[in-house]
Write a protein that binds this ligand. Structure first.
Ligand code: CA
Length: 236
């Protein structure tokens, strides 16, 4: 069985040439494709047609793609892959504020788009995640996998889904250095050399949200790791 079977993709893009080019590749990969060329149309179709995934362009004629993403998110957990031409919005787009699952920067390779769509769908499939241990602790940081809850000294910290998965992956392999490519493969499901900037963006978000409780150490030129033992708090 191919991953594509039974999955419908809503492509939201106002540039007809890109929309038809993307649709052609997705259909060739076995997906059923629907199209919308405005933000309002996208929100309506996401509601009415319940697609398996939405590919959403950031620049639309009526609404900002970010607003469209937020509004779809308010009603559904459908995976959303953003198409962007503006690199600087990435932190926001994949963070909790907007809630996209992944992004691709234009211009992109259609083969990569199809690979990303498949990997986002695979991640969205709950059977993929079978966690051995229910929770992990590192100093004041505690992660409950079943409830997907992160706390620092008992206070809950809100993480986006991929931030959670990345933190879990690093903690689950504490003491080991994981390269950006390894993290892309384990957390995002990419089996090719992808855009490793995605990893850096998520690490930055985790550090910002966890503050001093962040256990993530940068190993220059290699990747990231979490030490086996949490660093001891300095007595002041
Ligand atoms: Ca556009």
């Amino acid at each position: 069985m191919t991953r594509a079977q039974g999955h419908s993709i809503l492509v939201v893009e106002d540039e007809p040439s890109i929309a038809s080019f993307v649709s052609m590749y997705l259909e060739k990969a076995g997906f059923v494709v629907r199209k919308a060329d405005t933000g309002a149309g996208a929100i309506e179709q996401a509601d009415a047609e319940a697609p398996s995934l939405v590919i959403l362009d950031l620049m639309l004629p009526d609404l900002d793609g970010i607003d469209v993403c937020r509004r779809i998110r308010q009603r559904s957990d459908v995976p959303i892959l953003m198409l962007t031409a503006r690199d600087d919005d990435i932190d926001k787009i994949i963070g909790l504020e907007v809630g996209a699952d992944d992004y691709l920067t234009k211009p992109f390779n259609p083969g990569e788009l199809v690979a990303r769509v498949k990997s986002v769908l695979r991640r969205a499939n709950p059977e993929r995640r079978e966690l051995q241990s229910a929770s992990l602790q590192h100093g004041e940081l505690k992660i409950d996998a079943g409830r997907r809850e992160v706390t620092v000294a008992g206070e809950e910290v809100q993480l986006a889904p991929k931030e959670f998965d990345l933190l879990w992956e690093l903690l689950d392999h504490r003491g080991l250095v994981l390269t950006r490519d390894q993290l892309l493969e384990r957390v995002w499901g990419y089996t090719f050399a992808g855009d490793t900037r995605t990893v850096d963006v998520h690490v930055r978000q985790l550090r910002r949200k966890l503050g001093d409780a962040s256990p993530i150490v940068t190993v220059w030129g290699v990747g990231y790791k979490v030490s086996v033992e949490p660093k001891v708090a300095q007595a002041s």
